[in-house]
Design a protein around this ligand. Structure first.
Ligand SMILES: *Cc1c(COP(=O)(O)O)cnc(C)c1O
Length: 383
């Protein structure tokens, strides 16, 4: 039996009702004069989607997402990307000035950014660069979370940018161990590209386990800003009380609902399969280039690549019009680039550009204006 995860919420928020919007009342009627909305649609609003405030959690989309992830609608909160889910979790569970979150750098920057904005501490448990892959030391995670009072443990699986998946058994064991002390949040932004299944269906059994999913990556809807927190229904209700009144714009909800129809889902699956094949092809091709000395195995739609001269490689790519993510400011990644998998044609172009970057220490081809590279990887920058 697992204990009530709401015991971990900020004590001052336990009785908090949040904002009661006009849409959250269960009223019936034909003439709606209760929300000070406009009497006529805007002429630019051709589909008439935008005149009225949307449902705080659009019911049809919530049901469709719950179906996609195989959970109950009440176990799922739709937000403005999983970024909002991260922020809501930190705000609802971390008391400023005393609580902390635990992260495993090098990792997605938003966990630490949200913690910082909340005035919560950040406990770093660095990934270990093993011979074959980056690894999360879950024993150390458990010990440090307990020892330093972390309320939220953020695990990224597949990891961005490291690319590895944390085994399900190990995550469940950690959650069990931290029960009553911390929530274990598994960010599965890239799980569609992985061989491993999602842990979403485990949230019903292990109540301090939380899973983040998004339509931004595999479903190609980054600009629609639709992401989900999947958790115990009581945790979801608490997060919703902390959320902005109408967080899901109606045009975005309509787009997302379209993406969850069978034809779109089938196409998404095809694209994911192509990305997985390209990932294998590129891993081999990159590893064979003279500019590259290590390619990490990846379960995401990107590859983490160590270069002999990352500066030269980054500039050679840029000179060819290919923009990749410079990871050199991230801990342990002083020589690394993260390369998203594109279309096969885009990938060919990337490989061709990196091939001419050649062996170490060739700066001579760099043109004057390419000299100032974008400044590393600020911790807060998305994706
Ligand atoms: C891209 C990314 C996100 C952000 O997803 P949104 O749903 O677009 O906010 C979350 N986590 C990780 C690890 C990511 O790489």
């Amino acid at each position: 039996m697992s204990t009530d995860p709401l015991q971990l919420a900020r004590p001052d928020l336990r009785g908090f009702a949040g904002y009661r919007s006009a849409r959250s009342e269960a009223l019936r009627g034909e003439v709606w004069l209760n929300a000070n909305e406009a009497a006529w649609a805007n002429s630019a609003d051709r589909d008439g989607l935008a005149r009225r405030y949307p449902q705080p959690q659009p019911r049809d989309l919530r049901v469709a997402l719950a179906g996609l992830y195989d959970v109950e609608p009440e176990q799922l909160l739709i937000g403005r990307g999983s970024d909002e889910g991260i922020d809501l979790l930190v705000r609802a569970f971390c008391v400023p000035g005393s609580d902390a979150v635990l992260v495993t750098p090098p990792v997605f920057g938003m966990y630490a950014v949200s913690a910082r904005l909340q005035g919560a501490g950040v406990v770093d448990v660095p990934l270990q660069d093993a011979t074959d892959d980056f690894r999360v030391d879950l024993q150390q995670v458990a010990a440090r979370a307990e020892g330093e009072g972390a309320k939220l443990v953020f695990l990224c699986s597949p990891g961005n940018p490291a690319g590895g998946v944390i085994p399900r058994d190990a995550v469940l064991r950690l959650a069990q161990q931290l029960q009553g002390r911390a929530l274990v949040v598994v960010d599965e932004a890239y799980i569609e590209f992985a061989d491993a299944p999602s842990l979403a269906t485990d949230v019903g059994l292990q109540r301090n386990l939380i899973v983040l999913r998004t339509l931004s990556k595999a479903h190609a809807l980054a600009a629609a800003r639709i992401g989900c927190v999947i958790a115990d229904a009581h945790v979801i209700a608490l997060l919703q009380r902390c959320q902005a009144p109408y967080p899901v714009p109606a045009p975005c909800a309509a787009l997302a609902l379209g993406a969850l129809q069978p034809a779109s889902l089938a196409q998404t699956r095809d694209h994911v399969e192509t990305i997985r094949q390209e990932r294998g092809r590129l891993g081999t091709a990159l590893a064979a280039l003279p500019a590259v000395h290590r390619v990490y195995p990846s379960q995401g739609n990107f590859l983490l690549v160590r270069c002999f001269d990352a500066e030269a490689a980054f500039r050679a790519l840029l000179a060819a019009g290919v923009v990749v993510r410079d990871q050199r400011a991230a801990p342990q990644l002083g020589d690394a680039l993260r390369i998203s998998i594109g279309t096969p044609e885009e990938n060919d172009r990337m490989i061709a550009a990196l091939r001419v970057a050649g062996a170490p220490l060739r700066h001579d081809f760099v043109s004057g204006e390419a000299m100032s590279r974008p400044s590393g990887t600020p911790a807060g920058e998305a994706a």
